[in-house]
Ligand binder design. Structure first.
Ligand code: ATP
Length: 892
């Protein structure tokens, strides 16, 4: 379709839409039903069958299956059927786990799915980009990814980077006028914006002409931003480690078999024992459980409003040593209210709360009428001219659509009875140089009723003062002399020192013939009108969160585009910086060498008046000093810093698509406290993974050693194959999963951050695994020997005692794994999942021992109460033998 040739009205008719009101919700729904979702066809997940079958292709499992077939042929029907059943149950569990991991990864992807701003029922609404239909009117600005193919109807300084389509990375200038010519090349369609491309400058409005596979991107049919699904460093390390563990387990198993055969055990029994032992002891499921634990943690993070885009971030979070956070909106509420105005040497106070346009104006203690205060009125008028914010009443509350800073200026103007409609009768807007964080100002070119043209600028006062040659003083334009500058500067210090964000307003008359090529031309030689100061209170929970981070060995750094004094005042309130030397501003920063920056980075708590480019330098300086840096951002220019940081964090509400795509974590609520919560969760997940690795491996060591010891000592088999498989399935599996859901130890945020290169087995874990595993094996063997001595004629009895002791020792030991310190350091009832897992594992074991039908299958026999004393007494030794040292250490 040649939409590029059509005029505005023709586009409207052709797509049956209204540019003023957009589509109705019903019509959009109808079109979605008829034409489908706005999605490119994705690669499909493997089918359930494929995943299920995959569970059995493990070599040892195949050997075990072969062994059961052989034992069936030899007439051991019960054994082979039971083992076969266990293999199937194992497979089903593995399958469920893998599916669950897949599903949660899928859910993650959907959560971070792109959104677009669409005009529906006459209002701008954020919708999922997948719900866009042809005929939708979309609005976007720098930083947004284009959600569908769009014919542009409005383009203000719009530039789009189309490398996703054309490979050309230089952004293309766009316009909204019809084009001539049939089928031009994509790159020449300057009045169209294509799905998947990226707005890098300005803003635009347009009508959707094609969605999903019908877009130009659909034609190319390559999927853009699939959420990355690479393995995390821990998973990679575990996989390597897994190979070593498999080798060790296999070696020991072979040893058991060989020694067993030498000692005169039956070949067939030894082979089946060996294979069962190998299946039980090889931790082949570890990476899968780690994935499940990671993704369960991710779900918990989502509940706390932290959306993880890369699984690896979960681990890195726990290593974070520095959090660099934006001030506005992240540490503060972004609820701006103008409280002070200053012009022509006069200072007014403005009453009122939030965005409610109700308030009074005072000069000193005297109430004044703003319309009679000429310079105040002009300050408010121009603050409203250079402004896009809109005020809406939602239920009983007033909310701002657009930039909160502009919302505050709008509200202040409304309090003086100034409205946009009224202004639009007098002024027409000709051109705009939009706000950007680098210039720290914004300019509108307007014409008044008499045809006089002005450039109206608002922005950071220190910047505007530098660009102004005149000042409006008692309604006259005066040269901005030293005296006036001093007075302005003093007022700025006073306002900023009270933690107010200060915005200055200036103007410049233009001749009818002046054409302005760039912002630079408009924003020079201006006349300063005055300043407005607005409060933006800190979020209440931030102070506490910063203090908790400090305890956890994590430094918080505030980075802001705001004035140094404003930043310093807020930082003081939040307990961030006390000394002036901890505060650096952009100017000081630009004069520093790399080395100086690095040493400053070690103590600087606040960076003020910085531009997004400085953020990258700050990240690099901190990383050079060995820090693991989390860095927040929202704009296009923040993306490089977000990418370079170890944890790039994007704002969910105010963040651009570019920032989100560069990030590994998105804050759904933009709050600083969410970062702290994510770090805490990151630490906890890692500790939980260590907990169940410790449990599983110690259990495996115990299982192998009891068999090995018995063979070396020339004893009968303490456990039969089906018992080994049972322990692997029930006793190992359930509690390990419950450990993955454990709550953090109380001091998890009181420890220093973990070193990123730290191995899984660091901090004494290897010793704990080997020592406890050894003790579990030894205890089981001792119980077996005692029982066998008492019932020399009854091997089944002794084997049942060994089986019960092994299970009990493990189920007690699992509580030890919950703490880095000792089993006695934590309340055993603190994890109800674990209690449930332990109780059900125990009851299942009792069932296996006492139910006659199961006795036949599992080669067990009922135990007398006295034997249970033995089982518990000996089973508790591995855990409690070494627990005493905890108290010894504590007493010191
Ligand atoms: P951060 O979010 O990094 O804490 P910030 O929001 O203060 O900082 P910017 O949005 O880059 O950072 O703003 C920098 C400065 O530009 C502000 O201190 C203010 O003086 C000025 N400014 C902010 N918004 C506008 C706007 N809409 N129009 C004009 N000037 C603005």
């Amino acid at each position: 379709m040649n939409f590029h040739e059509l005029k505005r009205e023709e586009v409207e008719t052709k797509l049956q839409t209204s540019i003023q009101r957009g589509l109705t919700t019903e019509e959009a729904e109808r079109r979605k039903r008829q034409y489908g979702k706005n999605e490119l066809t994705e690669e499909k997940l493997p089918s359930a069958w494929v995943v299920f079958i995959r569970q059995f292709k493990d070599f040892m499992v195949l050997v075990l299956i072969a062994a059961t077939v052989i034992s069936a042929l030899m007439g051991e029907y019960i054994d082979s059927a039971a083992i076969f059943a266990i293999i199937i149950i194992n497979g089903v569990l593995g399958f469920l786990q893998e599916r669950r991991a897949e599903k949660s990864l899928q859910a993650l992807k959907e959560l971070s799915a792109p959104q677009s701003l669409a005009l529906r029922d006459g209002e701008w609404k954020k919708i999922q980009s997948a719900d866009i239909v042809a005929g939708d009117v979309l609005k976007f600005s720098a930083g947004d990814r284009i959600g569908a193919d769009i014919r542009l109807l409005e383009a203000i300084n719009l530039e789009i980077e189309e490398s996703a389509m054309t490979g050309e990375s230089v952004p293309v200038e766009k316009h909204a006028s019809p084009l001539k010519g049939e089928n031009p090349a994509l790159a020449d369609m300057k009045n169209m914006a294509f799905m998947g491309t990226l707005a890098t400058r300005g803003s635009g409005i347009g009508v959707v002409t094609a969605t999903g596979m019908k877009t130009a991107m659909g034609n190319i049919a390559s999927m853009l931003q699939t959420a990355q699904r690479s393995e995390t460093p821990l998973q990679r390390r575990l996989e390597q480690l897994g190979k070593i563990l498999i080798g060790a387990a296999l070696f020991l198993t072979v040893l058991v078999v060989v020694i067993g055969i030498i000692q005169g055990h039956e070949l067939y029994t030894m082979l089946l024992t060996g294979v069962s032992l190998a299946v039980a002891a090889i931790p082949e499921g570890l990476p899968a459980i780690v994935t499940v634990a990671l993704s369960l943690g991710v779900q918990r993070m989502i509940r706390q409003k932290a959306i993880v885009r890369q699984l690896a971030a979960v681990e890195t979070l726990g290593c974070t040593t520095v959090i660099c956070s934006d001030k506005t909106g992240t540490m503060t509420q972004n609820q701006m209210t103008v409280t002070d105005a200053w012009s022509s040497g006069k200072h007014w106070k403005i009453s009122g709360k939030g965005y409610e346009p109700k308030g009074k104006f005072f000069e000193g203690t005297k109430e004044v009428s703003p319309s009679e205060e000429k310079s105040l009125y002009q300050l408010l008028t121009f603050g409203l001219l250079c402004n896009h914010a809109e005020l809406k009443k939602k239920e009983k509350e007033f909310v701002i659509q657009g930039d909160p800073t502009e919302g505050a200026l709008l509200t202040a103007a409304l309090k003086a009875g100034l409205g946009r409609e009224q202004l639009s009768k007098t002024f027409t807007v000709e051109q705009e140089f939009p706000f950007d964080s680098k210039r720290k100002m914004m300019t509108m070119i307007v014409k008044d009723a008499q045809g006089q043209r002005f450039a109206v600028t608002k922005g950071a006062p220190d910047v505007l003062m530098g660009k102004s040659d005149y000042i409006l003083w008692e309604e006259k334009r005066q040269v901005f002399s030293k005296l006036y500058r001093k007075e302005t500067e003093e007022m700025l210090q006073t306002l900023a020192g009270r933690a107010l964000r200060v915005i200055a307003v200036a103007y410049k008359p233009l001749r009818a013939t002046d054409t302005l090529q760039d912002a630079e031309q408009a924003e020079s030689g201006m006349t300063l009108i005055g300043m407005q100061g607005m409060i933006d209170p800190p979020r209440p929970e931030v102070k506490q969160a910063i203090a908790e981070c400090k305890q956890a060995g994590i430094r918080t750094i505030m980075i802001t585009g705001d004035h140094k004094e404003t930043a310093a005042a807020i930082a003081g309130d939040l307990g961030l910086a006390h000394r002036q030397s901890d505060i650096l501003d952009g100017q000081a920063l630009s004069g520093m060498t790399e080395k100086e920056m690095e040493s400053a980075a070690e103590h600087t708590a606040v960076y003020a008046r910085v531009s997004p480019e400085d953020k990258l330098k700050i990240v690099k300086a901190l990383q050079k000093k060995g820090h693991i840096v989390a860095m927040t951002g929202d704009g296009v220019n923040d993306a490089p810093a977000i990418k370079a940081a170890d944890i790039g964090i994007a704002m969910g509400i105010t963040g651009t698509d570019v920032a989100k795509e560069a990030s590994s974590l998105v804050l759904a609520n933009d709050h600083f406290a969410t970062i702290k919560a994510a770090v805490e969760e990151g630490r906890n997940i890692y500790e939980n993974i260590r907990k169940f690795i410790r449990y599983l491996l110690a259990s495996n060591v115990g299982e192998i050693l009891v068999m090995l010891f018995a063979m070396v000592l020339g004893m009968p088999l303490p456990l039969v194959p089906i018992q080994i498989l049972w322990v692997n399935l029930v006793t190992d599996g359930l509690p390990a999963l419950a450990l993955g859901l454990d709550k953090p130890e109380e001091d998890v945020m009181k420890r220093p951050p973990r070193h990123p290169k730290e191995g899984v087995f660091a901090r004494g874990l290897a010793w704990k695994i080997i020592s406890r595993g050894f003790l579990i094996g030894a205890a089981t063997l001792i119980a077996f020997i005692i029982a066998y001595q008492q019932h020399a004629d009854n091997l089944v009895y002794a084997q049942t005692v060994a089986f019960a002791t092994l299970v009990t020792a493990q189920l007690i030991h699992v509580f030890d794994c919950r703490s880095e310190k000792s089993v006695l350091a934590r309340n055993p009832f603190g994890n109800m999942y674990l209690i449930a897992a332990v109780v059900s594992s125990f009851l299942l074991m009792v069932a296996v021992i006492y139910i006659p039908q199961l006795q036949t299958i599992f080669h067990t026999t009922a135990l007398a109460p006295r034997e249970w004393l033995l089982v518990f007494g000996i089973g508790a030794i591995p855990t409690f033998l070494l627990a005493g040292s905890f108290f010894a250490r504590k007493r010191k």
